[in-house]
Design a protein around this ligand. Structure first.
Ligand SMILES: [Ca+2]
Length: 255
């Protein structure tokens, strides 16, 4: 019994050291597990935060809006698919329509202008007629010296005529008999410088008869038209006259 007691005591004496060591081991294990658990918890918490912020970022009606966007995209795609053929056709049609309208408008405008010009000329120059692109009045019956011829045409609301080109000369000549007609051309101020009475400028077109201008007797300063040709003749001689309505400006109403 004493022996047993001694052994127990011995054992009890040893115990604290053993217990301590075991307790230390357990404590360490527990600490390791605790650390791991804490890491695990932190990790989970981080994921949770992430999820939370994602949830906040997604709008509440996300699904609805996504569906709308999808629908819009489909519509857009359908429209885009249709564009090449439709668009080109429509554009061509539009362009053609526009061209047609412009052509019609142009024709209408020209017609209006002609009508207006005719009305205008009838009101202001009732005795003038269109010959080529301009209006003329040919006096076949009276006889004027050159200055009276100038005055006569002014009295008619126009100017004594200077012919602008061969085409006009031909058209006028076709309406004349074989008599003489004064033109609004002279070289009174400077020999061989032939000036238009209407414009005050040197004329650009002359069609002299053979041997003219001859400045006969030194007093042939006015130009007549006879048998489709021009001749310088004394200004005091009496002849018929041709009048025009315009001053031969670049953009006259009847140019
Ligand atoms: Ca002559």
């Amino acid at each position: 019994m004493e022996h047993l007691q001694t052994a127990l005591q011995e054992s009890l004496k040893k115990m604290p050291a053993e217990l301590d060591a075991r307790l230390m081991r357990m404590e360490n294990q527990q600490k390791t597990i605790g650390d791991q658990l804490e890491n695990q918890i932190n990790l989970t918490k981080g994921q949770q935060d992430q999820l939370e912020s994602l949830k906040n970022a997604v709008p509440i009606n996300f699904e609805v809006r996504l569906a709308q966007i999808e629908e819009q995209q489909n519509l857009l795609q359908e429209t885009l698919n249709k564009i090449p053929e439709d668009f080109e056709q429509k554009l061509q049609k539009l362009e053609q329509n526009q061209k047609d309208e412009l052509t019609k408008l142009g024709a209408q405008q020209s017609a209006n202008q002609v009508t207006l010009m005719e009305i205008y000329s009838k009101v202001f120059w009732p005795n003038f007629e269109r010959i080529g692109s301009r209006l003329f009045y040919i006096n076949h019956k009276d006889a004027f010296n050159w200055q009276s011829a100038v005055d006569f045409c002014r009295g008619m609301g126009g100017y004594i005529a200077a012919i602008k080109d061969q085409e006009e000369l031909d058209a006028i000549s076709a309406r004349l008999d074989d008599k003489s007609y004064w033109l609004g051309i002279n070289d009174m101020h400077s020999r061989n410088t032939y000036v238009s009475e209407a414009s005050g400028r040197e004329v650009e077109f002359l069609n002299w008869n053979a041997g003219e201008p001859n400045h006969g007797h030194d007093d042939e300063n006015c130009v007549e038209l006879i048998n489709s040709k021009m001749n310088d003749d004394p200004c005091q001689k009496k002849k018929h006259v041709i009048c025009q309505t315009d001053k031969e400006e670049e953009n006259t109403v009847f140019a």
